[in-house]
Design a protein around this ligand. Structure first.
Ligand code: HEC
Ligand code: HEC
Length: 499
């Protein structure tokens, strides 16, 4: 029986104490201010509205207006300025959409507006103003006996290479679980709670699951995902399915995170995604009464720290493995992935054949890069699949590894549940699987780093020249990789219930 447990969404005052301290620290810095035009004051009505609002949120902090706190207008933007009479110490952009502070904070160097320095640290504190508005009551429901995350009962074909295939079919050697962080049922349970906890974003509005949704293949349906203040991520969200079976163990489209343990702490600190600092995450976790017991079970003591948060989240993500799709039902009955599956339609078998066959044999060579039964890329990691002839805005792995051979190359995540993860590619450019297949059929661009697998004998982008029947068959095959258990099983679902 699940035991409902109370959850706190409060604990704002500690943050305010911090904010006040921070403003005091900033006041000590006395950054020189030279922009004379800045000292313009707001209209009386506007200033009153702002101060009235601030007063309601935190009596005494911003009210009454004082020489050290002013509402000012600069370059058509409104700012709350901390001012000592001759120097501007900090200014908060309060233009936002609603009558609340948007939370963008700048420290002013020389002149105001002159390449302002972004202080990430202030954002979460100030966006507390938002959470006054959005906090919701919820309870946590966990089973008395934890779900099984640790024991993967992988089918035998996952762990046995099929003879006669020129590429590895088994996932052997691809598991990136580090020796010091094996999955335990209690560890992944804690990870699940952290993954779904909206309190861990600055204004309490989003969690990891906002952009990694179970019923959408742990991706989301937005081209670019919305962060806690509505800002957009730079790339399309990635599926988390089978993230575990990636030998290189690097994460993100451009592989900028060296390990999953490193990756899972980054969204918290991203100013667009969740707008937090690690200290702040720890204090939000500590403020919720149910976490101490969950940490105790997972790690043997109730201590809460960033290393443990990272480990638990990584365990939860690694537990998301798919092996119960229509493809698996057929594969279990078949000696090789290439042979016809008895549970497949003729169309699905045709599509499968195109997926596994090499191009000279009339196939699409898809398996060359979407490898193994986990349908994830094996070494050598990032690839250029010919989306663009030149990389202009997004250099992909080329911006991370300082070598031009990586420009325009991106990570291939698992194709399992790909039917649910639309739109597709790092920039979400394709709305449907039909568009993806048409890209491989006729749209490959001749980029300098285009994968040799997608070039013909003369070094030109390959043209598959598939018929309409073949294209539809390839799409039908991709849909056999849909695994309803990953999309619905409770152990990967939201443990919080709104009250
Ligand atoms: C606002 C949306 C958003 C939130 C919130 C978010 N993510 Fe992501 N996630 C993304 C996007 C977008 C990417 C791809 C970014 C890139 O590669 O530049 C991504 C990539 C990832 C990856 C890389 C997968 C791979 O195969 O390389 C992992 C793992 C991940 N996120 C886990 C998490 C976790 C854990 C959290 C919560 C702590 C989280 N995400 C919160 C949008 C989000
Ligand atoms: C040279 C390696 C390579 C080959 C061959 C290849 N792919 Fe890909 N595929 C990739 C890479 C790399 C990505 C991610 C690219 C990006 O987002 O920039 C990708 C992305 C995809 C996606 C989108 C996944 C997502 O989550 O957005 C689908 C679907 C896909 N490929 C299907 C296929 C099919 C079908 C074939 C065969 C016709 C194929 N691929 C052949 C490397 C390859």
């Amino acid at each position: 029986m699940p035991t409902p447990q109370p959850s706190t969404t409060g604990a704002k005052s500690a943050d305010w104490v911090l904010l006040k301290q921070l403003i005091r620290v900033l006041a000590l810095l006395f950054l020189p201010f030279s922009g004379g035009a800045l000292a313009q004051t707001a209209t009386l009505a506007e200033a009153n509205r702002m101060f009235d609002m601030a007063e309601r949120l935190e009596p005494g902090l911003f009210f009454p207006p004082s020489p050290t706190q002013q509402i000012i207008e600069f370059d058509n933007e409104w700012y709350l300025r901390v001012y000592d009479g001759s120097h501007t110490m900090a200014a908060v952009n309060i233009n936002g959409t609603g009558p609340y502070f948007a939370g963008d904070v700048y420290v002013l160097g020389s002149a105001f507006g002159d390449s302002p320095v972004y202080i990430n640290k202030l954002v979460p504190l100030l966006s507390e103003l938002e959470s006054v508005r959005v906090s919701v009551s919820k309870t946590l429901e966990l089973p008395d006996t934890p779900f099984d995350y640790a024991n993967l009962s992988l089918p035998s074909y996952f762990v046995t290479n099929t003879r006669g295939q020129n590429l590895p079919t088994s996932i052997n050697g691809t598991d990136n679980t580090p020796a010091d962080n094996p999955i335990t049922n209690d560890g992944a349970t804690l990870g699940r709670v952290l993954f779904y906890d909206t309190e861990l974003s600055a204004n309490g509005t989003i969690s990891c699951a906002s952009c990694h949704q179970q019923d959408k293949g742990f991706s989301d349906d937005a081209v670019l995902s919305a962060g806690f203040l509505g800002g957009k991520t730079a790339r399309h969200s990635m599926t988390l399915i089978n993230a575990r079976f990636y030998q290189r163990g690097r994460f993100f489209w451009d592989e900028r995170a060296a390990t999953l343990e490193e990756q899972v702490l980054m969204p918290f600190q991203d100013p667009v995604e969740m707008g937090m600092t690690l200290e702040h995450v720890i204090s939000r976790v500590s403020a919720q009464p149910f976490y101490a017991a969950l940490f105790e079970k997972a790690f043997g003591s109730p201590d809460i720290n960033a290393d443990r948060i990272a480990k638990a989240l990584a365990q939860f993500v690694r537990s998301i493995v798919s092996y119960a799709s229509k493809y698996d039902a057929g594969r279990a009955l078949s000696p090789t992935p290439g042979a016809n599956f008895s549970n497949f339609t003729a169309q699905e078998n045709l599509g499968k054949n195109l997926f596994f066959q090499t191009i000279p044999n009339g196939g699409g060579a898809c398996f060359g890069c979407h490898t193994t039964e986990a349908f994830i890329s094996a070494n050598p990691g990032t690839q250029n699949n010919g989306l663009d002839a030149v990389s202009i805005t997004d250099l992909g792995a080329g911006a991370i590894f300082s070598n031009s051979i990586f420009v325009g190359r991106f990570k291939t995540s698992s194709l399992r549940n790909v039917e649910l993860t639309a739109p597709y590619m790092h920039d979400g450019r394709f709305a449907t699987l039909e568009e993806v297949v048409e890209h491989y059929n006729s749209g490959i661009q001749n980029h300098p780093t285009l994968s040799p697998a997608l070039q013909d004998n003369n070094g030109n982008p390959v043209r598959l020249n598939l018929t309409e029947t073949e294209k539809a068959a390839l799409v039908a095959f991709l849909k056999t990789l849909t695994d309803p258990s990953v999309a619905t099983e409770e152990k990967w679902s939201n443990p919080f219930r709104a009250l």
